[in-house]
Design a protein around this ligand. Structure first.
Ligand code: ADP
Ligand code: MG
Length: 298
């Protein structure tokens, strides 16, 4: 019997998370196929869809794990959607990825599902900045690009003048931006929880570098394994289910009123998490993708 063929959509094989997924696929008896998303060509025909990689037709994929960077979201979503219409199980699907790429859209859905989220407001230059600041609980407050990643595009405004300057700059550039309550008591820490299916497979508490409030590992934050209480665990799993992500990194702030979900990452890097927890996160993701394929066949 031919081995399972697991497609990894990724710009580069040498990226930590991609190379770990390749390793894990082999360990789990599957053949990994790393495909550079931008080298995939999609043919749509009345009798179905076909995919070409570097000019050759691709068939017989068992499942696909998309690792779509923010810079190629639109093309990446088209490829994911194409695989889906070809009947290839994808973790994650295009709709779910697209929801998670927009921080406000994501928070709207989470709040509608009765999950606790930081108070957030989005508006255009027609609004009164003073009122917007009041709506999120006053100063200091967070200013966030809707499509920022790795901590880039998250700022702290200490004065009304500062917030006004930053907002006018982004609005002037045509960038979507929101204001958010600053959860000060988190003291530059947050929780990164990795959810696969209905399970939390790893969690770490990240602490920002001295002088920063952003705990992202890419901003020099440090991760330590975290034990989650049942409430936080449930919130992370419910957030993933609400957005429809099979595999994701859920970022939460520990506020005085309990955990607040900040955002979901649909292609979470897990180098920091594997280092902090010594867990086989790549193996969990690969096994989930293969199980999903078995379930679909059944
Ligand atoms: N409302 C907030 N209050 C306090 N800290 C925040 C808030 N929002 C973000 N942060 C800090 O900034 C980091 C990056 O924010 P996040 O919304 O996750 O954007 P990114 O997509 O860039 O990771 C978080 O991990 C957290 O440490
Ligand atoms: Mg984040």
């Amino acid at each position: 019997m031919s081995r399972e063929r697991l497609c990894l959509l990724s710009r580069k094989r040498s990226l930590y998370s991609t190379s770990r997924l390749v390793e894990a696929a082999k360990e789990n008896g599957a053949r990994p196929l790393v495909m550079d998303t931008l080298r995939c060509a999609m043919l749509v025909e009345p009798d179905g869809s076909r995919l070409f990689y570097r000019g050759a037709r691709v068939t017989g994929l068992t499942a696909a794990i998309p690792r779509i960077g923010a810079s190629i979201t639109a093309y990446g979503l088209a490829v994911v959607s194409h695989l889906d219409t070809m009947g290839v199980p994808v973790v994650n699907g295009a709709t779910a990825i697209s929801r998670s790429r927009d921080k406000v859209r994501c928070l709207q859905l989470l709040a509608a599902a009765r999950l606790d989220v930081p108070r957030t407001v989005m508006a255009t230059q027609h609004a009164s900045v003073r009122q917007l600041v009041q709506l999120v609980g006053g100063l200091p407050c967070i200013i966030k690009l809707l499509r920022g990643t790795q901590g880039v595009g998250v700022m702290l405004g200490n004065t009304l003048a500062e917030v006004e300057t930053i907002l006018q700059t982004f609005w002037g550039l045509g960038q979507d931006v929101c204001l958010q309550e600053f959860v000060q008591e988190a003291k530059g820490t947050d929780l990164r929880v990795l959810v696969v299916g209905e399970q939390v497979v790893g969690a770490m508490r990240r602490t920002a570098r001295k002088g920063d409030f952003r705990a992202n590992i890419h901003r020099g934050g440090e991760g330590k394994p975290a034990k989650l209480d049942a409430h936080t665990r449930l919130a992370a799993v419910k957030a993933a289910r609400t957005i429809g992500l099979e595999v994701c990194g859920v970022d939460l702030l520990e506020s005085k009123d309990g955990p607040k979900v900040m955002e979901l990452n649909s292609s979470p890097g897990f180098e920091g998490l594997e280092a902090a927890t010594k867990k086989d996160i790549a193996g969990d993701i690969v096994r989930h993708a293969l199980q999903l394929a078995v379930k679909r066949r059944g």
